[in-house]
Design a protein around this ligand. Structure first.
Ligand code: ARG
Length: 578
């Protein structure tokens, strides 16, 4: 259950009964300070102005009207504005017990929507880079959360598999194959391959013309050329899939719908944009002028969908993609994860698509930008020589580093077990470091911080989870043999209890704002509260009353389940021991 939503509904009813106009604001939030209750309602002041009554009296009327018998211990009016809501420990205890028995941890499904999530989307002409790593990890966590909440999610991997740069790549590949090289070998390093093709394009006599020829043939659907192109992108997709597999993300081959998939609809898309009066011809190009995004001199923004000479662009493909997603797939929401530098493009794309009726009023189009991944020097993350960091190698390094750390710790684990743990810790660390940062800000990629067993890191959380598991092993508790009442006596127990009940609120925010870091913060706070609880409230110590012990075991069990569930939504593995 979502306590915040539950309380809000109660307060809304109370507002109506004290004469508040419909749709009066009902601000209800978690209290930020101990002593101010668990939640606060602060709508009395605003309402007093509307009703022209004394705020304190209004607050009192709301307190008298709100029906929360058995739910709250007390409601207290603090100052003229706030109503502090203190939940009843008994009520919390009952809710927690029910939550612990429920495999869904009392998380209710949201009203189901069809949601298209466009993420990862590497450019196949080149090596997948860190920007796509971020998109992949964040997009996957949001996708899993939406699915958990009951939505129909359609993954769309909008791979960059088309465009003029393929001309030079295919010309170069053609020569390599003619010299009896196999595509896999020729393309084993896409970055090198791209560089070599570019050098030839810039300096080799006649090569640029051949490259342009290939573009024309490709666009004309010449079978031999298409075959060569297919060859190229197949190998490049394999590179991406290798990264997906290491990362343990849910993207599959059937989720790929690259730019090329829209080729057949581009001419119609432009024609429809013309017919709708959204684009006009300007200097031989097809252009939408957007006064709503004018520059400071009042010149409207220019959004080109067809170049002079007939070529289509990234923007055209995005318009066609919207037609497919909103029309054929019936998307209620579309979420697109790319770095923040594309924000303007998506804003303009949305304006144009709405004007053309490709996006209906009831449908949302949400660009979810993220910041850059920086190196320790605070500059964009690159190799020492300024090249693109190979993601597969980066992930291998993460696992190696984790293995070294784990081998240093004392344990009775076999070498094989340690290897498996190292892979979960290493990959988990890279993913979590990314997910836990506020999505929109840049962050520094640092091995030591992300692999630390202290602080807001994957290893810390994975370790916290194994600690609870070891308590259960000692107490010989399993999911099946523990069913006790929860009794909340100590303050640390009460704090942990409320936190456990707030899982639903964290997930809901990830769903509405596409911000996995909110879930990370929640899990980290939960794990930290558990550690404090465990120190203050011994479980297995000699002399602890049986019912206290069992109640605490229940709290520990629900903590473990919540940690596991949350980490799972983030795409991070847990283990029983480490
Ligand atoms: N391939 C693009 C890039 O690497 C990202 C595509 C995002 N999705 C979209 N519909 N434009 O920048």
């Amino acid at each position: 259950m979502n306590i915040q939503t539950f309380l809000l509904a109660k307060f809304k009813t109370a507002l109506t009964s004290v004469g508040a106009p419909e749709d009066s604001p009902a601000p209800l939030s978690r209290s930020t300070r101990v002593g101010f209750g668990h939640y606060q309602f602060n709508g009395a002041m605003a309402l007093s102005k509307v009703l022209k009554q004394n705020p304190r009296e209004i607050a009192q009327k709301i307190v008298d009207a709100v029906e929360l018998d058995g739910v709250v211990e007390k409601l207290e009016i603090a100052g003229p504005r706030f109503i502090n809501i203190h939940l009843s420990p008994k009520w919390l205890a009952t809710r927690l017990k029910a939550t612990n028995l429920d495999p869904r941890l009392s998380i209710e499904a949201e009203d189901s929507q069809t949601i298209v999530v466009d993420y990862s989307a590497p450019n196949l002409a080149k090596e997948m880079h860190v920007g796509h790593l971020r998109s992949t990890i964040i997009g996957d966590a949001v996708t899993k959360t939406l699915e958990f909440l009951g939505h129909k999610v359609i993954r769309q991997n909008h791979m960059g598999d088309w465009g003029t740069q393929f001309g030079m790549l295919l010309a170069h590949l053609n020569d390599k194959l003619a010299a009896n090289e196999v595509a896999e070998t020729a393309l084993s390093d896409l970055e090198d391959f791209y560089r070599a093709a570019k050098i030839r394009f810039d300096s080799e006599e006649g090569f640029a013309d051949r490259a342009r020829d290939f573009v024309v043939k490709l666009q004309g659907g010449d079978p031999q050329c298409m075959q060569l192109w297919q060859n190229f992108i197949d190998v490049s997709i394999k590179h991406s899939e290798e990264v997906y597999e290491k990362l343990n993300v849910t993207l599959k081959a059937e989720d790929i719908k690259g730019e090329s998939a829209y080729n057949d609809d581009l001419a119609d898309t432009v024609a429809d944009l013309q017919a709708a009066g959204v684009v006009v011809e300007s200097e031989g190009a097809q252009v939408a002028f957007l006064p709503e995004m004018a520059d400071k001199d009042g010149n409207p923004a220019v959004y080109i969908v067809q170049k002079t000479g007939g070529g289509y662009l990234y923007a055209t493909t995005d318009q066609a993609a919207i037609r497919y997603r909103n029309g054929v797939l019936g998307a209620d929401r579309t979420l697109i994860f790319t770095d923040a530098r594309q924000a303007l493009h998506f804003k303009q794309t949305e304006i144009v698509a709405r004007k053309a009726g490709f996006i209906k009023d009831s449908q949302s189009y949400e660009h979810c930008p993220f910041g850059m991944m920086l190196g320790n020097d605070g500059k964009p993350f690159k190799t020492r020589t300024g090249g693109t960091v190979k993601l597969a190698a980066l992930l291998d390094e993460a696992v190696e580093r984790a293995e070294a750390l784990i081998n240093k710790r004392e344990s009775d684990l076999s070498a094989e077990e340690r290897k498996l743990i190292a892979s979960k810790v290493g990959i988990g660390a890279v993913k979590y470091a990314d997910l836990s940062k506020n999505r929109t800000t840049d962050y520094v990629f640092n091995w030591d911080t992300m692999l630390s067993f202290e602080g807001n890191t994957a290893p810390y959380l994975q370790y916290a989870y194994t600690r609870v598991q070891s308590i259960f092993r000692k107490a010989q508790v399993t999911n099946e043999n523990l069913e006790a009442d929860i009794i909340l006596q100590e303050s640390q127990e009460a704090l942990l209890a409320v936190k456990l009940m707030q899982y639903a609120e964290a997930i809901k925010q990830v769903s509405s704002d596409a911000t996995p870091h909110v879930l990370c913060t929640y899990i980290y706070e939960l794990a930290s509260l558990f550690m404090t609880f465990y120190e203050a409230c011994p479980i297995l110590k000699e002399g602890i009353a049986e019912e206290t012990k069992n109640s605490r075991l229940m709290l520990a069990q629900l903590t473990a389940k919540t940690l596991k569930s949350g980490l799972d939504l983030l795409g991070i593995d847990t283990m029983e021991k480490m």
